[in-house]
Design a protein around this ligand. Structure first.
Ligand code: RB5
Length: 171
């Protein structure tokens, strides 16, 4: 099992704990960053994790930001990604089994590490139970993606980061 993990600067230390937890379970991890507390922007890391899942470079992903909302939204914009934001083990299990969720998202400022570990365990222990109907819905969801030529660009958020540096951008 290979997983990609990503976060913004708000929750770097929690992401590091998640990476340690996964490695302790024998999972190979690609840490997509961010790696320190320097101010950055969550879509960059949602996109990075989503792309690794989408291309099949990893089996599953985990993303986290302060609330989990921003980074899961960004991740879900990548084709083939089905990212679930939850604080509930039952939802983590259902999302995997019925909806074939392939990225798990948390709010690092909302959920504690104990809960996060339980959510990861539930997500990883559960397998997708495919049916032609569920697969057809997933295919239809993929069809919703609107292709934007800017999509593949790594520097997509550079202008926002620069505004932040100049003190012009607040979230
Ligand atoms: C900080 O950028 C904060 O907005 C982010 O961590 C997250 O909480 C968004 O959902």
């Amino acid at each position: 099992m290979k997983m990609a993990v990503g976060c913004d600067h708000i929750v770097t230390e929690i992401k590091d704990d998640v990476v340690k937890y996964l490695k302790k379970k024998g999972i190979e991890v690609i840490d997509c960053g961010t790696y320190d507390k320097e101010r950055t922007h969550y879509p960059i890391y949602g996109k990075r994790v989503g792309e690794k899942v989408s291309t099949g470079e990893v089996d599953l992903g985990i993303v986290l930001c302060g609330t989990g909302v921003g980074i899961t939204n960004a991740c879900n914009k990548i084709k083939n990604v089905r990212c679930v934001l939850t604080q509930d083990v039952c939802v983590a299990r259902y999302a995997r089994e019925e909806l074939n969720a392939n990225v798990l998202g948390f709010g690092g400022r909302v959920s504690g590490m104990g809960m996060i570990e339980d959510l990861i365990d539930a997500f990883l222990k559960t397998e997708y139970h495919p049916t032609p109907e569920k697969d057809a819905v997933i295919e239809a969801i993929n069809g919703l993606i609107q292709h934007d030529p800017a999509c593949g660009k790594e520097d997509l958020f550079d202008d926002l980061l620069e505004k932040w540096d100049r003190g012009e951008y607040h979230d």
